[in-house]
Design a protein around this ligand. Sequence first.
Ligand code: FNR
Length: 331
Amino acid sequence: MNPVLAELHEKARAVLDPVHYDFFAGGAGDEIVLARNEAAFRRLALLPRVLRGKGIRAGFPVLISPTAFHKLAHPDGELATARALDGTVLVSSMASTVPIADVVAAASGPVWFQLYLQPDFAVTEALVRRAERAGCAALVVTVDSPVFGRHRRDIEHGFHDLPAGLAAENMRDLAGVNGLRRIEMSAFTWEDVERLRSITSLPVWLKGILHPADAVLAAGHGAAGIFVSNHGGRQLDLVPAAVEALPAVVDAVAGRIPVVLDGGVRSGGDVALAVALGASAAGLGRPVLWGLAADGSHGVRRVLDVLRDEFEHVVAMCGGQLSRDMVVSRC
Ligand code: FNR
């Protein structure tokens, strides 16, 4: 691992309350998927093309995937994350500890709003209006959570509530206890996605797609794009590594909508592999949390800078081109 990322992770582990560290680091069940997400990248190799001049690839195809409760990592919470963007997209979690309007106001890049559809449609609609008013550029509906994942580390610690003084601020004043409504999980259908699309002009992405048939349905139901994601190994501990699920989804979508990959991305090389396999961008979860816990906004920026530098280096080594035929297995 890049020494800067390793240093940030170690510092995060040292400064965080161990209960909160485990909340961020942990996964569902036996944490098989959590480990596989990273290991699967190490089983892939790239065959560079040569004598192609500089190639044409430009840009930095990385975004920050939504993660909850940034104030558990740093007192400035999502404000610190938002200040670090430098043009990178932040997908801000519905479960942020700073209201979405304040996140957008602090951001140095575009902000998208992640939400879970709520059983009470009025609550979903109120969240959408908050995101629109704040100036979010897109909605990302997370669809892999009909029920909460079972996180053994949290269960062992008895961690199920935010400490006093912290709250999921986007849920404030939507009725509920003390004006704070709890985020609820529930099983929804494609019709619910259509209903959401009918009340907003924002692009609606779907996050947490693994089956190619669902990717096709997503395109058919008007999703602006999808995230191939297993929620960082935090939902069902029986699914493939995210990058293992990517190629079949890319094939099924056949270019109709962009496909983002998240889960286990820890280097610019991982980003390059995801792009070579057909992803439009790669999303980062935990590395951003480690940067945030270690050094606030500066730590998040360092994570992004390291990945950008590594990615550009790999692309230059590959003749400015990344395509599926360049990806081979190590074994
Ligand atoms: C998440 N993730 C997540 N996803 C989402 O849609 N809404 C959320 O609120 C959260 N919250 C959350 C908290 C924590 C602590 C983690 C680690 C993850 C999942 C996240 O968006 C992403 O899919 C994974 O984190 C990507 O995997 P890596 O990069 O962490 O391996």
